[in-house]
Design a binder for this molecule. Structure first.
Ligand SMILES: CC(C)(COP(=O)(O)OP(=O)(O)OC[C@H]1O[C@@H](n2cnc3c(N)ncnc32)[C@H](O)[C@@H]1OP(=O)(O)O)[C@@H](O)C(=O)NCCC(=O)NCCS
Length: 182
């Protein structure tokens, strides 16, 4: 499976050979500090444990299944520069919660907004009534602006434990309701 975002950028399932690119991208405090459940420092054994997870074997099926985890590598010229995921939302049953990261040299090129639009469209081709949740640390303005630019609306705040920060943080929550809600 491959989703083309541009001539250079595409989305595909992660592979074992991506392990070093994942570490280069995530073992960067300016990236990991915003990711709730990712350890820091991020080592090669963390990447190996992540790549061993079952969601990497079933991307096609996970597009349509709100109970499944969808994990996709964001690639530039087929080298991993980021990742995105959809997980069953714990805050709201039936919603799919989005997550994303991009290595710092790739920031500011609208790569994640374009990738998110493509995935949301693709998921809704399979399951038109899908609704999405997103959350971002209250001071992660880049991620919040990205969510708003995709049409997400603010829901309020919550508190989570941040693994990289090793403390509880306030997050701003967003939702994108399915098309047929009036
Ligand atoms: C968040 C992230 C994925 C953004 O990806 P990207 O492809 O670089 O997105 P862009 O910067 O092109 O666009 C994001 C929006 O943020 C805005 N933005 C950029 N820098 C900003 C800043 N310092 N403050 C506020 N908004 C900012 C952009 O203008 C754009 O909004 P717009 O379309 O309304 O103009 C990337 O910065 C990242 O990986 N950050 C670290 C991990 C992270 O925060 N993940 C999300 C966890 S909730």
């Amino acid at each position: 499976m491959r989703l083309h975002i541009s001539d250079k950028v595409s989305l595909r399932p992660f592979r074992h050979a991506d392990r070093y690119d994942i570490v280069v991208g995530i073992n960067d405090w300016q990236v990991v500090r915003w990711l709730a459940s990712v350890p820091h420092p991020y080592r090669i054994d963390h990447a190996d444990a992540y790549l061993a997870r079952p969601e990497h074997k079933s991307c096609e099926i996970a597009m349509a299944d709100p109970e499944a985890i969808l994990a996709l590598a964001i690639c530039a010229d087929d080298r991993v520069v980021g990742g995105m995921s959809l997980v069953p939302a714990t805050r709201r049953s039936g919603f799919r919660e989005v997550g994303f990261w991009l290595s710092r040299p790739s920031w500011g090129q609208r790569i994640v907004p374009a990738a998110m639009r493509t995935v949301i469209d693709k998921v809704r081709q399979c399951a038109p009534d899908t609704s999405f949740l997103a959350s971002a640390n209250h001071d992660n303005l880049r991620s919040q602006r990205l969510n708003l630019s995709l049409g997400f609306t603010e829901l309020g705040q919550d508190e989570i434990f941040s693994m990289p920060l090793q403390r509880r943080v306030t997050v701003n929550c967003f939702h994108l309701m399915h098309r047929y809600v009036s």
